[in-house]
Ligand binder design. Structure first.
Ligand code: FAD
Length: 306
């Protein structure tokens, strides 16, 4: 069996693997796609100590750093079930069963998409999902934010301080964000709110975004807005569906962790975007991965001698 088995090979899983391997304990990483979300990212300008890098380069650096140590990497494998116990079992979709004295879950999350023409084509070319990451790229430009829940309204407030104009588009008749956020939003001069609006298409010139169409759900009329950026903010889905009923998850389906990254199952830790830890960022995932790994090592150290 492994001493530490990490499920997920994104920034959180990679950090956990490096910290575990450096303790000289038997470490494995089971991952569907080593690198995680950063593989889908272009410019990264907020990983502290690196002024600028890009996602694929960052992913290669993660893998090289992990491979520098003795880590058993099992790639293109998906975990489908976890069973707690003195030896914890992780089952894979392909039917294998791995055993480990401790497990760190770092399966990340995925942005919910609007699924309209143009969204995929212009992803990273005007279509963005993370205002903390990509907001500054739209300095002085016009953007839309899709989604009037807390994350959409927070994104619109944040972006209004950077870009020229923000149009917030909400599908329902009312915004769903907290009242205090809505008051702040409506106080901003460069924000327009459009409600009862269904986004139907993201337009572009073949290279970058230049507009967006939406259907007015009251009149049925389709309208077009000229702009340079679209931020989709209709939810982040944690990759924790496979753990439902196994451990405590939040109302949003995130793994509940304590300050050490411990889950509700002894010996099972979690880190990064899949957890309740706020603010989904690489630098945070890396820190949380390191923390969960040190917590797992501490847990192992305290197990009774056989
Ligand atoms: P992830 O990166 O999501 O990695 C999860 C890992 O788990 C992957 O290896 C995946 O294949 C694996 N996995 C999932 N399910 C299973 C399973 N059942 N079994 C086995 N393996 C599984 N953050 C920044 O700080 N700066 C940025 O500029 C930035 N830009 C971004 C741009 C885009 C387009 C996106 C999508 C995100 C961006 N982010 C950015 C956010 C950042 O990428 C995430 O916060 C970070 O990758 C989270 O790391 P993680 O390790 O928790 O999860």
């Amino acid at each position: 069996p492994f001493d530490v088995l990490i499920v997920g090979g994104g920034p959180a899983g990679a950090a956990a693997a490096i910290y575990a391997a450096r303790k000289g304990i038997r470490t494995g990483v089971l991952s569907d796609r080593f690198g995680g979300q950063v593989l889908d990212t272009l410019a990264i300008e907020n990983f502290v100590s690196m002024k600028e890098t890009d996602g694929p380069k960052f992913a290669v650096a993660l893998e090289e750093h992990v491979k520098h140590y003795e880590v058993d990497i099992m790639n293109t494998q998906r975990a489908s079930k976890l069973v707690g116990g003195k030896l914890i079992e992780v089952h894979t979709e392909s039917g294998a069963v791995l055993q480990s004295k401790s497990v760190i879950i770092a399966t990340g999350a995925r942005w919910r998409e609007i699924n309209v023409p143009g969204e995929k084509e212009y992803r990273n070319h005007g279509v963005a999902y993370c205002p903390h990451c990509d907001g500054p790229l739209f300095k002085g430009k016009r953007v839309a934010v899709i989604g009037g829940g807390n994350s959409g309204v927070e994104a619109a407030i944040d972006l209004a301080g950077i870009v020229k104009e923000v149009t917030l588009i909400e599908f329902g008749a009312e915004l769903r964000a907290d009242a205090v956020l809505q008051r702040k939003l409506y106080s901003l001069k460069n924000v327009t709110v459009i409600k009862s609006a269904q986004t139907t298409e993201v337009h572009g010139d073949g290279k970058i975004v230049n507009g967006l169409s939406y259907k007015d759900r009251n009149s049925g009329e389709v309208k077009r807005i000229d702009l340079e950026g679209v931020f989709v903010q209709i939810g982040l889905v944690p990759n924790a569906e496979w753990l439902k009923g196994t451990m405590e998850l939040s109302a949003h389906g995130e793994i509940e962790v304590d300050v050490r990254g411990m889950t509700s199952i002894p010996g099972v830790f979690a880190a990064g975007d899949v957890t309740t830890v706020p603010f989904k960022q690489i630098v945070i995932a890396v820190g949380e991965g390191a923390k969960a790994s040190l917590a797992a090592f501490d847990y192992l150290m305290r197990q009774p001698v056989e």
